[in-house]
Write a protein that binds this ligand. Structure first.
Ligand code: SF4
Length: 259
């Protein structure tokens, strides 16, 4: 399968389905993926064992200089970003200076791109680190993953590399007191001879129960967009995603579909 990896620290801007004109930030290695999950649908391919990687993460000062340069160049042009988006080749909160980098980004956004929102797409695996939690609380779009309502389905879809307890994760998400956006990708298929399906009535019911506990600002419901590392996955139709989103809005929580 073709693997989609970012080869720069700052990339774009690109037109994002979810965030408008988005200037991407990749705090992870270029040309290789670093993540605490191994999602069956990951556009960056399977997660490799860290010991087999030569990991060099970007330096905070280099990042700051590059971001100033980029924001100055985009200011007043049609590509002035709607969003400065931390995503890239894996999990951005794994960067040891993630919190300081967010502070730098807020300062530079205020100076050079005041209309841009700061967005972070995270799998939430570092929420037990207080500085990461506080940094995510500060950004405009704190977008966290919840791909199912039961531990088994999440384990099969996201394959966390370390111990994962859904109840603990939900408790962490509740600490944001509603200051978060949930992103949930729906799919069906098989991997490692296991059936994966987060669209059954039972699973959707369990997922809605978790959303009721978390009460996020909104929920992004989406489907596979590019090639996936697991071969036998099915893209869910827009109609089905709409039906799922309607169940969320019926609970008084905003939901958007990205098919
Ligand atoms: S959390 Fe994101 S980067 Fe990590 S494996 Fe999953 S989709 Fe890929």
């Amino acid at each position: 399968m073709p693997v989609f990896l970012f080869d720069d620290l700052i990339f774009g801007p690109v037109k994002s389905r979810r965030l408008g004109v988005s200037l991407g930030i990749n705090l992870l290695p270029t040309h290789s993926k670093l993540c605490s999950f191994n999602c069956v649908y990951c556009e960056c391919g399977w997660t490799k064992n860290r010991s087999s990687l030569k990991i060099k993460l970007p330096n905070r000062d280099d990042f700051k200089l590059l971001l100033v340069e980029k924001l100055k160049a985009l200011k007043g042009t049609p590509l002035e970003p709607d969003s400065i988006t931390f995503a890239g080749n894996g999990e951005p909160t794994l960067h040891p200076h993630f919190a300081e980098i967010i502070n730098d980004t807020i300062e530079l956004r205020n100076a050079f791109a005041p209309k841009a929102k700061i967005s972070v797409l995270s799998n939430g695996s570092m929420l037990n680190k207080q500085s990461v939690f506080e940094a995510l609380h500060k950004v405009d779009n704190n977008i966290l993953k919840l791909d199912g309502g039961t531990e088994e389905v999440i384990r099969n879809i996201n394959m966390p590399l370390k111990a994962f307890r859904l109840s603990e994760y939900i408790d962490q998400l509740k600490r944001f007191d509603g200051n978060l956006i949930i992103q949930s990708l729906f799919l069906r298929g098989t991997n490692n001879n296991k059936i994966i399906d987060n669209t059954t009535d039972f699973e959707i019911g369990a997922w809605l129960e978790k959303l009721q506990l978390i009460r996020p600002k909104s929920v992004m419901v989406y489907a596979i967009e590019r090639d996936t590392p697991a071969a036998n996955l099915v893209k869910i139709s827009e109609e089905e995603l709409e039906a799922i989103a309607q169940k969320v809005t019926a609970m008084g929580i905003d939901a958007s579909v990205f098919a």
